[in-house]
Design a protein around this ligand. Structure first.
Ligand code: HEC
Ligand code: HEC
Length: 363
């Protein structure tokens, strides 16, 4: 018996084992390298704006794995096939609204060619990307803009008529039912009455000065126009069915009754999401740049929607609502561009006086 033999075999086995391990490590490592290269490559393209890349393609995981913020439930957990189909159609309508409801829409032509997802990123699921996490838990609710209790249908049609400068969907249409099913599914992991952490838009402090369209123009030229174009009209895909880069002003943009037409809303959106690739964890604009570019974009021409019944109680108008009349004496210009701190202080005084008067009349 050769005592060396078993030893050799052992050696050989363990050598084989190590080789295996090495091979597996190599394959996994190589795959990871390819993936990360691909991601950097994509965001590299997007940064320079050379090649059309949609927001979803450069989806950054750094904002989706923050455990303190709301994440959507998983659609694959829906067991009822009909319900699942409806929810998936709803998501599709949010992500690619124009394909179905835009000027060349396959179902009907009732909107401006934008997608809901252009402003509600990742089909309304991105943390601080104006997501829908709190819709199911907080609607129906009273809204000061209409002075009524609004349900999800009304809120969806609000964005259709204002942000997509279009016409409302019939409540009973399959499209509206699908959007509602999707929004309700998204919020199904949020307690009724509560707001999901990280949903909607992230608050930002007011500047001490007015937002400045002149400075904003420079920000726009340096950091936005490569994608959104010098004339703000965005960039359509080859067959004109959907925007690669959505418009920021002009005839196909949101109208002057839309939420983004308020400078604070616009600033909050871009601060945490634009230029493409920015996130709340890694913003690419200062607060000043965000406010100034908001002022520039929102001083460009866009469709007008008359909404004479908005804000029936004028004392409830948001501070930056750009159209009078107001309960205070500040000008339309100051309401639109700021500085907002003096208006905020005045409003607090008026509210204190009103509640004191209420208290007296109760006596
Ligand atoms: C041009 C940008 C834009 C587009 C496009 C847009 N929205 Fe909105 N949407 C907003 C803004 C801004 C808000 C208000 C955010 C706030 O008040 O915090 C909002 C709010 C909402 C809300 C209420 C969210 C909440 O938490 O209360 C719903 C629901 C909604 N949008 C649905 C839609 C649907 C459906 C579409 C497509 C048909 C759409 N939106 C397209 C900008 C947009
Ligand atoms: C690299 C290209 C790129 C750059 C640069 C860029 N954006 Fe965007 N922007 C996009 C894309 C793509 C979307 C739509 C996202 C989606 O649908 O997922 C978008 C959406 C928007 C929206 C909401 C939709 C709309 O059209 O109203 C606003 C507002 C916006 N961008 C403002 C800005 C501002 C301001 C800047 C400069 C500070 C900027 N963007 C820079 C690509 C870009």
């Amino acid at each position: 018996m050769d005592p060396k033999r078993p030893f050799d075999e052992q050696m050989l086995r363990s050598l084989q084992g190590s080789l295996h391990l090495l091979l597996v490590t190599f394959i996994v490592g190589f795959a990871a390298l390819i993936l990360s290269w691909n991601k950097n490559y994509l965001s590299g393209i997007a940064d320079e704006g050379e090649e059309p890349v949609l927001g979803a393609a450069v989806m950054t995981t750094e904002v989706t794995d923050d455990p303190t913020l709301w994440r959507p439930p998983d659609i694959s957990t829906i067991t009822d096939p009909q319900h699942k189909e409806l929810v998936l159609y709803g998501r599709e309508l949010i992500a690619h609204t124009a394909k179905y409801l835009g000027p060349k829409g396959s179902v009907m032509q009732i909107s401006n060619g934008m997608n809901c997802q252009n402003c509600h990123l990742d089909a309304g699921t991105r943390p601080w990307g104006n997501n829908y996490g709190s819709v199911a838990s907080t609607y129906p609710k009273w809204r000061a803009r209409s002075g009524t209790i609004e349900n999800i249908y009304k809120r969806v049609n609000d964005c259709l008529q204002r942000s997509l400068n279009g016409r409302p969907l019939d409540t009973l249409s399959r499209e509206m039912q699908a959007i509602k099913a999707y929004l309700e599914f998204l919020g199904s992991n949020v307690e009724k009455g509560k707001r999901a952490e990280g949903s909607g838009l992230k608050d930002m402090p007011f500047l001490d000065r007015a937002a400045d369209p002149e400075r904003g123009k420079l920000v726009y030229e340096q950091k936005c126009q490569s994608c959104h174009q010098p004339d703000g009209s965005g960039l359509l895909n080859a067959d004109g069915t959907e925007y690669i880069y959505p418009p920021l002003w002009g005839p196909n943009s949101y109208n002057d009754a839309a939420g983004l037409y308020r400078i604070t809303h616009f600033a909050k959106f871009v601060k945490n999401n634009m230029p493409l690739g920015a996130t709340y964890k890694n913003p690419l604009l200062t607060d000043e740049e965000a406010y100034d570019v908001a002022a520039y974009v929102n001083s460009q021409p866009r469709p007008h929607l008359p909404v004479p019944h908005d804000w029936p109680d004028i004392s409830k108008k948001p501070i930056d609502h750009p159209f009078g009349p107001y309960a205070d004496t500040f000008s339309e210009r100051q309401h639109k561009y700021g500085p907002w701190k003096p208006i905020e202080e005045e409003r607090k005084k008026l509210e204190a006086m009103a509640s004191a008067a209420d208290a007296r009349s109760v006596k």
